[in-house]
Design a protein around this ligand. Structure first.
Ligand code: NAD
Ligand code: DAU
Length: 335
């Protein structure tokens, strides 16, 4: 199998590359990434000197560069390249439309010309907030709230349209929030590990009672592996778990694992349009692929927090100018 993994230097992408390189040494993998603030070659360090792993710095919106990367006998593109932070999408939606919508359309066309299968990593956020006791199935209408979620939903619609119009080979996975190593410290878990371990307060948005569903990134990678092997053209699958937790409970667990005091928790203004709960029914994926998410959330969060505490240097390298400006604007009042 010859794979092009776009966004392979980001959080999910780098974990996927590590996972596949170990589970499938026979795969030939090219990582294609523009290296935004969220992506770093150091996330896949140690793999690049393998013969079967290559890296190309490139933009998914650049059809010429993309064509060069695809014309080496690629069988499948797995797209994880995206702008991914909801708060940034509220401040600067145009960047999200460019990469998450236009970039996807460019990739679709390049894949169609070459009959290359396209596996898109979408998100549970495309459905919008789930009422209590309801888990959205894949048949639910898409009602995204944030510019980020709307850009991901737009991409899903373009991808499904390509299948209906051209019979193009496409498949979509919609995972929930992932936890694990190499996530840029603007997202709740690495951000809170970083700040708490330096004795700084952490900002919980609104009342902290919003619910997110969590999945360990290794379970996500296994789901992608199964989708590569059993690609079902024209289909979308939710990839979820039963680990639903409020942000405040999650925060308290992180505080405890870092060994800090709950006095460092600050309730701040809510994220505009903050969705109360995400929850998806993932039985279709489970039944079709025999996949099961992990059952031990305590172990997963403990392992994840430990990784950030043991990889302080990695966290320190992320506090660049961009990080400083963004975080100062968001959390300046907490200092
Ligand atoms: P991330 O922000 O950590 O990484 C994104 C990567 O894409 C970075 O390496 C970045 O350099 C690259 N990239 C951005 N724009 C690009 C462009 N124009 N051309 C090429 N590369 C570009 O993101 P992530 O958390 O790993 O998310 C990966 C995908 O999974 C995204 O599509 C996201 O919507 C989806 N997703 C993530 C989660 C999660 O919990 N992290 C959950 C559900 C879905
Ligand atoms: O649901 C899947 C999505 O999960 C992915 O599609 C996105 O790419 C990914 O970024 C993630 O989005 P979230 O908005 O859920 O992640 P974030 O870590 O930003 O926020 C998680 C929850 O924590 C959310 O309800 C907002 C809250 N939060 C977040 C931050 C950064 C806080 O209360 N304080 C914070 O400082």
């Amino acid at each position: 199998m010859n794979l092009l993994i776009t966004g392979g230097c980001g959080f999910l992408g780098s974990n996927l590359v590590h996972y596949l390189a170990s589970a499938h040494p026979e795969y030939y993998i090219t990582v294609y990434d523009i290296l935004t603030y969220a992506g770093s070659r150091s996330n896949i360090r140690g793999l690049e000197n393998r013969k079967a792993i290559a890296f190309i710095e490139g933009d998914i919106c650049d059809p010429v560069r993309l064509a060069g990367a695809l014309d080496i006998g690629v069988d499948m593109v797995i797209n994880l390249a995206a702008e991914t932070h909801v708060d940034r999408s509220i401040m600067s939606p145009v960047d999200f439309v460019r990469t998450n919508v236009y970039g996807v359309q460019v990739m679709l066309e390049q894949c169609r010309e070459r009959s290359i299968a396209f596996l898109q990593i979408s998100t549970d956020e495309v459905y919008g907030p789930a009422p209590e006791d309801i888990r959205f199935s894949e048949h639910e209408p898409l009602l995204p709230t944030s510019p980020y979620a709307a850009s991901k939903a737009s991409a899903d619609l373009l991808i499904l349209a390509a299948h209906r119009t051209y019979r193009q080979d496409v498949m979509i996975l919609r995972p929930v929030n992932n936890l694990g190593p190499y996530q840029y410290p603007e997202k709740i878990i690495p951000l809170f590990c970083d700040r708490l371990s330096r004795g700084l307060p952490v900002p919980v948005y609104g009342d902290g009672c919003q619910i997110r569903t969590w999945l360990h990134v290794d379970d996500f990678s296994r789901a992608v592996e199964l989708a590569i092997e059993g690609f079902v053209s024209g289909e979308c699958f939710n990839v979820g778990s039963k680990w639903e937790i409020t942000n405040i409970d999650l925060t308290k667990r992180i505080v405890k694992l870092v060994g800090q005091s709950e006095k460092l928790i600050r309730f701040v203004d809510d994220r505009p349009g903050h969705d109360r709960r995400y929850a998806v029914d993932f039985s279709r994926f489970m039944n079709r692929f025999g996949w099961l998410p992990g059952r031990d959330f305590d172990r997963a969060i403990e392992k994840t927090v430990k990784w950030y505490l043991e990889n302080r240097k990695w966290l320190d390298t992320k506090r660049t100018k961009d990080y400083g400006e963004f975080i100062d604007r968001q959390y300046g009042k907490l200092k």
